[in-house]
Design a protein around this ligand. Structure first.
Ligand SMILES: C[S@@+](CC[C@H](N)C(=O)[O-])C[C@H]1O[C@@H](n2cnc3c(N)ncnc32)[C@H](O)[C@@H]1O
Length: 213
């Protein structure tokens, strides 16, 4: 079984679309999508030879040739025209930004992003480009991970709260999102307590306002 994080990403993939998984590593997501009848064809992109070999080995072992297509590519540089949905997951903000900056975002139906770092900077980037955040999820998988679905459809820039905490997450206020905020609050309070400082006071007030208002 794949991890809760990858499962949540898979659940945001529309059925019968062609997916390009940027930085596929062991091709876990492509295999899940194909083996569960969500996709008939997934490109597994990799910039590094080692992981690309993992992809090839997995595809051969599982007999998924022709359904999962290994591509040696920096981001979407070598993506074919038939790609509908792009997944960029398990990477840092700077790598994700590099991939977005080096492609024609409007060519794809939507992107699923999961950044391991600086999710707020990622949303700020999307906001500055007037992209539309269509959906968001928080998933707990040892850490709290945020997944963002966005498209190149035009949207007014997002507010500061929306950039920091997510426009859809703020609206939906589901259990996992609230647990994530409560966890963040605990951590900031603990840092302040241990260092005997008020460094995180502003952040604490901000999260309390969102949680309790
Ligand atoms: C930590 S793995 C993430 C694997 C998988 N996407 C996941 O979410 O579990 C990151 C992978 O991205 C690849 N990668 C990093 N930069 C890339 C780029 N610009 N284009 C394609 N792949 C890249 C790395 O080689 C590595 O295999």
């Amino acid at each position: 079984m794949i991890s809760p994080r990858l499962l949540q990403i898979a659940m945001l993939v529309e059925k019968n679309k062609v997916v390009f998984d940027v930085g596929s590593d062991h091709a876990l997501l492509p295999c899940f999508l194909v083996e569960n009848g969500i996709c008939e064809k997934v490109y597994a992109g990799e910039i590094a030879e080692g992981p690309l070999n993992h992809v090839k080995e997995t595809v051969e072992k599982k007999g998924l040739q022709g359904k999962i297509i290994p591509v040696f590519s920096d981001g979407l540089a070598k993506a074919e025209d038939d790609v509908d949905i792009v997944v960029i997951a398990g990477m840092g903000y700077h790598t994700i930004r590099h991939v977005l900056e080096s492609c024609d975002v409007g060519r794809y139906q939507y992107f699923l992003l999961q950044s391991n770092t600086d999710v707020d900077l990622l949303r700020r980037y999307l906001s500055e480009h007037m992209y539309t955040i269509e959906d968001e999820r928080v998933v707990y998988d040892g850490f709290y991970y945020q997944i963002i679905r966005f498209s190149a459809d035009l949207h007014d820039p997002y507010s500061e709260d929306e950039i920091k905490y997510g426009p859809i997450l703020l609206k939906r206020r589901d259990e996992v999102f609230l647990a994530y905020l409560a966890d963040l609050l605990d951590r900031y309070r603990e840092i302040n307590r241990q260092a005997n400082k008020s460094e995180y006071d502003e952040k604490i007030k901000e999260i309390e306002r969102i949680l309790y208002n």
